[in-house]
Design a protein around this ligand. Structure first.
Ligand code: G3H
Ligand code: 13P
Ligand code: ZN
Length: 331
């Protein structure tokens, strides 16, 4: 079994200069697709579930499916990660399900929409760090706010991370990784004009903090997928994402974790729409979920290659949560 602490996966990536995709999951097919891609490319991987995804699956269902991914793939380092936890309670639920990594997004209030104060963010993050580290679980936090609202994730307004505040925040909270805002946003409509990321802000943050940096809202929204969705009856005019070259640049400048949800949704939707359009007589879910799973596998294989995660699965001996617990206790 290779359930790995998020901290170890990211520190290894930072050390060797590659990025690790953190792919959102809601169901069995997504989990299988991600693991098939990780196996094919020999990549470490982070599978992450949002609060909404856990609620949709009644918590335990998704938790057990994610555990199955770990058990079925002993040669792949896998972190089970909570995406956008909004309170200590949400984190406790994920840790009870066996997650090795959690995010507390204190950049927003518990409603997931209203921007919080710096003091609130520090307070809630510290409570999560204390609880999680006592159990060997890694913690990601966020400073600055991303745009885009998805099921209560994102304030709708972009507020770039202040590098000095980021440093103070890391020192005051003891988090293991930090999500920053440099112009990305959640969802399929990221930029009105040309994609523009604040690499100067990223560089300054990298020079001030030593923990791994996380980029949310990092889907590329590939033109071909949007065309495919629209060709088979979808309606997504003007959808845009972060170009792969910008993500590769961000990795070079020090980003270690790259969050991807939207692109997976697009690949699945395009594949299902195609089956429904071309073979309207089909009604067995396996006839459309199977192709969707295959489309997602191929998409993630290409991301694992582009982020240079490929080939790194066997680089290190996975630590256990007990090892981590001891390490945190010594600090
Ligand atoms: O960052 C948000 C992820 O895309 C999860 O979205 O809350 O709709 O599951 P969700
Ligand atoms: P995308 O919407 O760009 O895929 O971002 C996902 C994300 O940040 C999950 O936390
Ligand atoms: Zn996010």
């Amino acid at each position: 079994m290779a359930l790995v602490p998020g901290k170890q996966i990211l520190e290894e990536a930072k050390k060797s200069g590659y990025g690790v995709g953190a792919y959102n999951v809601n169901n069995m097919e997504q989990i299988q697709a991600i693991m098939a891609a990780a196996k094919e490319t020999k990549s470490p991987v982070i599978i992450q579930a949002s609060r909404g995804a856990l609620k949709y699956s009644n918590f335990t269902y998704l938790g057990y499916l994610m555990k199955a991914a770990v058990i079925e793939n002993p040669e792949i380092p896998v972190a089970m990660h909570l995406d956008h936890g909004n309170s200590l309670e949400s984190v406790i639920k994920a840790i009870d399900l066996g997650f090795s990594s959690v995010m507390i997004d204190g950049s927003l209030m518990e409603d997931g929409k209203t921007a919080s104060t710096y003091e609130y963010n520090v307070k809630v993050t510290r409570s999560v760090v204390e609880y999680s580290h006592a159990r060997g679980v890694s913690v990601e936090a966020e400073i600055g706010t991303l745009g885009g609202i998805e099921d209560g994730v994102g304030s709708g307004k972009i507020h770039l991370t202040d590098p000095q505040e980021a440093k103070k925040f890391v020192d005051e909270t003891g988090v293991d990784s930090l999500a920053i805002a440099i112009g990305t946003s959640h969802g399929a409509y990221k930029f009105k004009g040309a994609a523009n990321l604040a690499f100067d802000v990223l560089k300054e943050i990298r020079s001030l903090i030593s923990i791994p940096i996380v980029l949310h809202g990092a889907s590329s929204v590939p033109k071909e997928l949007i065309e495919e969705v629209n060709k088979y009856g979808g309606k997504m005019p003007g959808a845009t994402g972060v170009p792969m070259e910008s993500l590769q640049e961000a990795i070079t400048l020090g980003v270690s974790k790259i969050n991807v949800d939207t692109d997976g949704r697009l690949a699945i939707t395009a594949a299902i729409r195609k089956v429904f359009t071309e073979t309207p007589e089909k009604f067995d879910p396996r006839d459309y979920l199977g192709p969707a799973r295959m489309a997602l596998t191929n998409l993630i294989i290409s991301k694992m290659k582009a982020f240079k995660t490929a080939g790194h699965a066997g680089d290190y001996t996975p630590k256990t949560l007990d090892d981590m617990k001891k390490g945190y206790a010594l600090k």
